[in-house]
Design a protein around this ligand. Structure first.
Ligand code: HOZ
Length: 433
C-alpha cells in the first residue's frame, strides 16, 4: 500500500477531529455495524474503490442516485461542459424548463415543478404546501418512513434515526412534533381513525409509497388506493415521497408502477444524476400557491443549479431509452433469486422484499410489512452478514434499515459474485447468536 495514503481507520480518526462523528451524514458512520467506514477514493460503473486500494461491488449507489452506475461517460461530459460555462448564476436557465418538462412527461400527476437541492427540501416544501393549500396543520406520517430532516418529519422516522435507535430528534419543539400524526405503514384502519379523531384538521398524508428507509417494505394490495380514497373523502392532500422510488421502480416511479396519482410528489436522488438536485411537483392548482405566485414561501440560491440540471437532463434521457427498466428488473430478479438460493443452502432464515431494483434481505422468517416487523429482525445476524460481505468485496448499506440499490452497471458477473459471497456470509450469520 502507498505509505502516503491513510488507512480507513486513520482517515476516520482524522475526520472525527473536525467533523462531528467523522461524517457529514450519520448513515455514513457505520455506527450500526461495528466496522470503520470505508473512505471512497473513486468509483466507476458498479464498483467503488477505497483509499486503501480495495475494490467493492457497490449496492449503495450513493443511497440511490447512481442508477446508471458511477461516472457514466455521458453524465461526466454533460457536467464538464456545464462547468466550463459557469457553475451557478442564481437566475433562470433553459435547462431548468427542459428538466421540468421531462419530469412532467414522466409523472402524469405533476403539472408544475419547483426544483430544489435535496430531498429534505422537497419534503419540507411539500408539507408546507399541503398546509398552505388546505389551511390545516396536521400531517399524517407512517412510522419508519423517512422524509429528510425537517422538523415536522423527524418523528418516528427511519434511515439513520432507526439505525441509531432515535425515535425522534432533540431540538424539535414538541409543538411542532404534535402536528405530525404517526400511524403504522400498511394499516388503513389506523389512517381512518386518525382522520376521524381529527376531523377537518388534517392537511394531508405523506408517505413513501414503497417504504425504503427501513429496508424495503412493499405496500399491500389496495393500500395506496385506500390512502388515495381516504384523502379524497377528507379533502386532504396525498403526498408521495418518491425521492427514492422516482425513476427507480419505473420511469414514472410508484405512480406509474401501481397506477395511482398523488397530489404532490417529492423527487430527488436519481433526478440529480449524482448532483444535489431534487424537486417538488403536483397539480397546477396546488403548485400555484408557491411564491412568487402564491403565499407559500420557498427559495434557494442553488436551486436548479446548471451543473445539476445538466446531469439531470442527460440522466433522464438515458433512462427513457427502451428496455432500461426491463434490464434493471432482470438483473434485480436474478439477484433476488440467487440470494434466496444462497440463504436456503446455508439454512438461513431470511425474508427478501423487492420492488424493481430496490431490495432488502431481512434476517427473519416472518413477513416484513411495517417498521415494527423490521425492528424485530435479527440485527446481530445482519451485522455478521454485512461485515463478511464487506471483507469479501461487496459494499452494502451499513445498516439493517437501508435498501440495496441495483444499477444498470451491474452485470451477471457482479451478481454471480454477490450470490456466491452471500452464501458464505449467510453461513457465518447463521452461527451468530
Ligand atoms: N435516504 C438516505 C438513507 N436512507 C439518505 C442518506 C443520508 O441520510 O445520508
Amino acid at each position: 500500500m502507498n505509505q502516503s495514503v491513510p488507512s480507513n481507520k486513520s482517515a476516520f480518526e482524522e475526520a472525527k477531529k473536525v467533523l462531528p462523528g467523522g461524517v457529514n451524514s450519520p448513515v455514513r458512520a457505520f455506527g450500526g455495524v461495528d466496522v470503520d467506514p470505508v473512505f471512497i477514493a473513486s468509483a466507476q460503473g458498479a464498483y467503488v474503490n477505497s483509499i486503501e486500494g480495495k475494490q467493492y461491488i457497490d449496492y449503495v449507489g450513493s443511497w440511490g442516485p447512481m442508477i446508471l452506475g458511477h461516472a457514466h461517460p455521458q453524465v461526466v461530459e454533460a457536467i464538464q461542459q456545464a462547468a466550463s460555462k459557469g457553475a451557478s448564476f442564481g437566475a433562470p436557465t433553459l435547462a431548468e424548463t427542459e428538466l421540468a418538462n421531462r419530469i412532467i412527461a414522466a409523472v402524469p400527476s405533476i403539472e408544475q415543478v419547483r426544483l430544489v437541492s435535496s430531498g429534505t427540501e422537497a419534503a419540507m416544501t411539500a408539507v408546507r404546501l399541503a398546509r398552505g393549500f388546505s389551511g390545516r396543520d396536521l400531517i399524517i406520517k407512517m412510522s419508519g418512513c423517512y422524509h429528510g430532516h425537517c422538523d415536522a418529519m423527524l418523528v418516528s422516522a427511519g434511515s439513520g434515526l432507526a439505525e441509531h435507535g432515535m425515535p425522534s430528534s432533540a431540538g424539535v419543539p414538541a409543538s411542532i412534533a404534535e402536528q405530525t400524526l404517526i400511524v403504522p405503514f400498511n394499516d388503513l384502519q389506523a389512517v381512518r381513525i386518525a382522520f376521524e379523531k381529527n376531523r377537518g384538521r388534517v392537511a394531508g398524508i405523506i408517505v413513501e409509497p414503497v417504504a425504503a428507509n427501513i429496508g424495503v417494505v412493499v405496500p399491500e394490495e389496495g393500500y395506496l388506493q385506500g390512502l388515495r380514497r381516504l384523502c379524497d373523502e377528507n379533502d386532504a392532500i396525498l403526498i408521495f415521497d418518491e425521492v427514492i422510488t422516482g425513476f427507480r421502480v419505473a420511469y414514472g416511479g410508484v405512480q406509474q408502477r401501481y397506477g395511482i396519482a398523488a397530489d404532490i410528489t417529492c423527487l430527488g436522488k436519481i433526478i440529480g444524476g449524482g448532483l444535489p438536485l431534487a424537486a417538488v411537483g403536483g397539480r397546477r392548482q396546488i403548485m400555484s400557491k408557491l411564491a412568487p405566485l402564491g403565499p407559500v414561501y420557498q427559495a434557494g440560491t442553488l436551486s436548479g443549479n446548471p451543473l445539476a440540471t445538466a446531469a439531470a437532463n442527460v440522466t433522464l434521457d438515458l433512462l427513457a431509452r427502451p428496455g432500461v427498466y426491463e434490464k434493471l428488473e432482470q438483473t434485480s430478479a436474478a439477484l433476488e433469486d440467487g440470494l434466496r438460493r444462497s440463504a436456503r443452502k446455508a439454512q438461513a432464515a431470511v425474508t427478501i422484499n423487492r420492488v424493481g431494483s430496490l431490495l432488502s434481505c431481512f434476517f427473519t422468517e416472518k413477513p416484513v410489512r411495517n417498521f415494527a416487523d423490521v425492528q424485530s429482525t435479527n440485527i446481530r445476524q445482519f451485522k455478521t452478514f454485512f461485515s463478511t460481505m464487506l471483507e469479501q468485496g461487496i459494499y452494502l448499506a451499513p445498516s439493517a434499515y437501508e435498501a440495496w440499490f441495483v444499477s444498470l452497471a451491474h452485470t451477471e458477473k457482479e451478481i454471480e459474485k454477490t450470490i456466491n459471497v452471500a452464501y458464505y456470509a449467510f453461513c457465518k450469520a447463521q452461527n451468530t447468536r
